[in-house]
Design a protein around this ligand. Structure first.
Ligand SMILES: [Zn+2]
Length: 384
């Protein structure tokens, strides 16, 4: 198949007018810089030239496709980027309300009949209907978020970072030749042991997540700070801690959008992908492992920043859930609003993560206390 046919079948190139209509002029500016940056990173692959196209489709599904002349293309639907931008703007607005609320849950709880509230379907559902009406719904959702230059510039960073996660994940599929291994497996090749066969697709997805986290983390410390190498990249943050905080916020938001069915971790035992929460945790732990290996002096800063990004996104989602409970996102036809909450299982990790931080804090406190006691006992020995 030719490049033009692959792109046309996926919705066609999203032109300037479509982009500006859905993302606003500022959003388009951020996206085109981020896209140029990613296209330069893609370029020549092991088997041919690798291009990246954003297509006029409201879908959430990104794809890597091989084309006739041996080249490849990564297809990113505008839908996923536009949702990420609109959701980031809305979440940041909820965050600004300064409500402190925690809606807790557990990724082991099953939620039969869970569904998305009508007011959140433009961002949290792959919904039916004509493309035109889907864009209209998303624009009207976004239009209800108040304008703020500060929040918008953060939201655009989050959108650009989502693009990086999506493109780099697909680049791993291509550059590590995942499709070749799959073809060998299909042909019964001994390269793929029999017992690995049922898990191969999932293994490749997890591999793509892990390698994407490795590549992005390295890129964040080498390419981004203060516009390294004089390139613009669609991200306005130029401090390392802000970069990692926003990257963590973006990963949390992105995986939350793929948590469409609020299924338990057990429901993900089979299938091509682990639970979105597991994918986030994996991304997060790989990020820290890469820092530990390549730039250990940054470990404290990056640990703090990534946890701050995660907690910030989680606090925003909790605030969104309070708004849902108050009926601000509409009511389902059966009227049982609580069946639609929590909005995403992604926030379930918060107690776990903050527990780890707390345990570490308490342990440090114990060490500190021990040191104080040692000094005291040295200075003031007990009388025998
Ligand atoms: Zn994939």
């Amino acid at each position: 198949m030719r490049l033009a046919d692959v792109v046309a079948m996926s919705g066609g190139v999203a032109g300037e007018d479509v982009l500006e209509n859905v993302l606003t002029a500022d959003g388009v500016a951020a996206l085109s810089e981020a896209l140029t940056f990613m296209r330069e990173a893609a370029g020549e692959g092991p088997d041919g030239y690798l291009s990246v196209e954003v297509v006029d489709s409201n879908s959430m599904t990104c794809r890597a496709r091989r084309i006739d002349d041996g080249d490849q293309v990564i297809i990113i639907p505008l839908g996923v980027l536009a949702r990420a931008r609109a959701l980031a703007r809305r979440l940041l607005q909820h965050l600004a309300l300064d409500e402190v609320v925690r809606v807790v849950g557990n990724p082991l709880d099953s939620r039969p009949g869970w569904e998305v509230l009508p007011g959140l379907t433009p961002v949290y559902s792959e919904y039916e209907g004509a493309e035109e009406s889907q864009w209209d719904a998303l624009k009207s959702f976004d239009g209800e978020t108040g304008a703020s230059d500060l929040r918008d510039s953060e939201a655009h960073d989050v959108m650009s970072m989502c693009l990086f996660y999506l493109v780099v994940h697909e680049m791993v599929h291509i550059n590590k030749r995942h499709d070749k291994l799959l073809a060998l497996a299909d042909a019964g090749s001994p390269f793929v042991p029999h017992d690995v066969l049922p898990h191969l697709r999932r293994g490749l997805e997890v591999h793509a997540d892990v390698m994407a986290a490795v590549a992005l983390t390295k890129s964040l410390i080498t390419e981004f700070p203060l516009g390294a190498k004089g390139r613009s990249n669609g991200v306005s943050a130029n401090r390392l801690d802000t970069l990692f905080e926003r990257s963590s916020f973006a990963a949390c938001l992105l995986f939350s959008m793929y948590d469409t069915y609020r299924a338990t971790v057990f429901d993900y035992d089979r299938g091509n992908y682990p639970h979105p929460l597991v994918r986030y945790e994996l991304t997060h732990s790989v990020t820290l492992a890469v820092i530990n290996d390549t730039a250990p002096s940054l470990m404290g800063t990056v640990t703090k920043a990534t946890e701050a990004g995660w907690l910030r996104c989680n606090q925003a989602i909790s605030n969104l859930e309070l708004a849902c409970a108050q009926g601000r996102y509409g009511s389902p036809s059966h009227g049982q609003i609580f069946r639609c909450i929590p909005v995403t299982a992604l926030k379930y990790g918060t107690p776990v993560l903050s527990m780890q931080t707390r345990i570490a804090d308490e342990y440090r406190l114990s060490l500190l206390t021990e040191e104080l006691l040692r000094r005291m006992n040295a200075a003031m020995p007990a009388r025998g």
